[in-house]
Design a protein around this ligand. Structure first.
Ligand SMILES: Cc1cc2nc3c(=O)[nH]c(=O)nc-3n(C[C@H](O)[C@H](O)[C@H](O)COP(=O)(O)OP(=O)(O)OC[C@H]3O[C@@H](n4cnc5c(N)ncnc54)[C@H](O)[C@@H]3O)c2cc1C
Length: 352
C-alpha cells in the first residue's frame, strides 16, 4: 500500500506525525511528555470524549496514594496535572474515535485508521490502551442495533444535532443527568426515564432536574424502555413500562441510553500482535512489541513481574520514548539529559 493519501484522490488525507498513541489514559498522557522532551510530536486517539482513561472514567473522585512525591490526589486531579504537564508539547487529541484499523505502509511507517475516518501516519505506534476501550452498555431493547447512530446514541458528540427533537434519555448516573440538563434548553421536548426514583448522579444535578420537572420544562417517569418504533432507523416513538408494568407509547425521535460502560479490547485484538490473554508482550528494555515500531505501555502490556500500576506505566513510557526516538530519527544521536539541568529541555518546557 502506498503512503500518499490525498484529499484530491477522494480519500481523507492522512495526518503525518512522529508518534501515534492509542489511549489518552494516564500512561498515554505521560508518554506525550517523555516523547515531547525528545522533540517527537504525538497524536492521541481515544474512544472516550476526554482524557484520563480509568482514572477519570472509573474513579475520578477516589484518592490515589502511590504516585511518587504526591501523597494524595484524585483520579481527576492526576489527569488534570498530566494535561498541564504536557501542554508545552501541543499533542493533538482525537477524542470519541475508536482506533480500528492498522496498516504497514511500503515505507515502513504505520497508518492507523479510526472509526470516524481519521487516518494517522507515523513511524511509531504506541499502544497505551489499558484494559481496552470503554464501550457503552446496550440496553436490552429488541432491535435497538437498527437505530444506533441514526436516532439512538450512546454519547453526545454534537449538541446541535439534537436541537428541536423529542428527546428521551434513560439512566440515573451523571451522564444521564448531565445530558438531561444540557439538552433541555434546545430540545422540543425532553423526557428522562429511570427504573427507580433514585439517582447515582451528583446531588446538584438531580435537584436541578427536579426543578425543571416542577417548572414543566421536562418530564421524568419511573419507567423502562421496552420497544422502539420507527422506520429505517428513524425513531418515532417508544413503548415505556412503568413500575406497575403498565405500558404506554411515548413520542420520541432521539433516544439516549446512558447505562454505563464496559471495557472491551476491541479492534486491537486484530492488529496481529500475538496477544497473551489480551495483553501485548513486550521486552523490558524498550517496551516494544514483537512487531518493530509498535510499542505497548501501561495496563495493556505484559512482561515478567508486570504490575498494573500507574507508576510502572510512567517508567515504561520513559524507556519507550528513548527507543522510539531511534525509530523516528535513525540518523540522529540521543543525548541523555536531566530537566533540572538542561537548558534545551527547559526551553521545550517553556520554563527557561
Ligand atoms: C478503581 C480503581 C482504582 C485504582 N487505583 C489505583 C491506584 O491507587 N494506583 C495505581 O497506580 N493504579 C490504580 N488503578 C489502576 C490504574 O488506573 C491503571 O493502572 C491505569 O489507569 C492504566 O493506565 P493506562 O493509560 O495504561 O490505561 P487506561 O487508564 O485504561 O486508559 C486506556 C485508554 O485507552 C482507550 N482505548 C483503548 N482501546 C482503544 C481503541 N481501540 N481506540 C480508542 N481508544 C482506546 C480507552 O478508552 C482508555 O481511555 C486503579 C484502577 C481502578 C479501576
Amino acid at each position: 500500500m502506498n503512503g500518499t493519501t490525498t484529499a484530491a484522490s477522494g480519500e481523507t488525507a492522512a495526518i503525518e506525525t512522529d508518534v501515534i498513541i492509542i489511549g489518552a489514559g494516564p500512561i498515554g498522557l505521560f508518554a506525550v511528555f517523555e516523547l515531547g522532551l525528545l522533540d517527537l510530536k504525538c497524536h492521541l486517539v481515544d474512544i472516550l470524549d476526554r482524557a484520563g482513561g480509568q482514572c477519570t472514567e472509573l474513579y475520578p473522585e477516589k484518592p490515589i496514594y502511590d504516585i511518587p512525591g504526591i501523597p494524595v490526589l484524585t483520579g481527576q486531579e492526576l489527569t488534570d496535572r498530566l494535561l498541564q504537564q504536557i501542554k508545552p508539547f501541543h499533542a493533538q487529541f482525537h477524542f470519541g474515535e475508536m482506533a480500528s484499523g492498522l496498516t504497514r505502509l511500503d515505507d515502513g511507517r504505520w497508518q492507523l485508521a479510526t472509526d470516524a475516518g481519521t487516518k494517522l501516519t507515523a513511524p511509531v505506534l504506541v499502544i497505551a490502551a489499558g484494559g481496552g476501550s470503554f464501550v457503552p452498555k446496550r440496553p436490552p431493547v429488541p432491535g435497538i442495533e437498527a437505530y444506533e447512530g441514526k436516532s439512538v446514541f450512546y454519547a453526545v458528540r454534537r449538541m446541535e444535532a439534537f436541537r428541536g427533537k423529542d428527546i428521551l434519555i434513560a439512566g440515573g448516573g451523571d451522564s444521564a443527568l448531565d445530558w438531561t440538563l444540557n439538552l433541555a434548553p434546545i430540545a422540543k421536548s425532553l423526557t428522562l426515564v429511570h427504573h427507580r426514583d433514585g439517582f447515582r448522579a451528583a446531588t446538584h444535578s438531580v435537584n436541578r432536574m427536579r426543578e425543571l420537572v416542577n417548572e414543566g420544562k421536562i418530564a421524568f417517569h419511573v419507567a423502562s424502555v421496552k420497544a422502539l418504533h420507527g422506520t429505517d432507523g428513524a425513531l418515532d416513538s417508544v413503548t415505556l413500562a412503568g413500575a406497575d408494568k403498565k405500558e404506554w407509547r411515548h413520542q420520541a425521535n432521539a433516544f439516549l441510553p446512558f447505562f454505563g460502560l464496559t471495557i472491551k479490547l476491541g479492534p486491537i485484538a486484530d492488529f496481529g500482535l500475538n496477544l497473551h490473554e489480551n495483553l501485548i508482550p513486550v521486552d523490558t528494555a524498550k517496551f516494544e512489541s514483537p512487531t518493530p515500531g509498535i510499542f505497548a505501555i501501561g495496563d495493556i502490556n505484559t512482561y515478567p513481574g508486570k504490575l498494573k500500576l500507574i507508576l510502572s506505566g510512567f517508567h515504561e513510557a520513559a524507556l519507550m520514548a528513548q527507543a522510539a526516538f531511534h525509530v523516528c530519527r535513525p540518523n540522529e544521536k540521543l543525548r541523555f539529559q536531566y530537566t533540572t539541568s538542561s537548558s534545551s529541555l527547559q526551553k521545550k518546557l517553556g520554563v527557561a
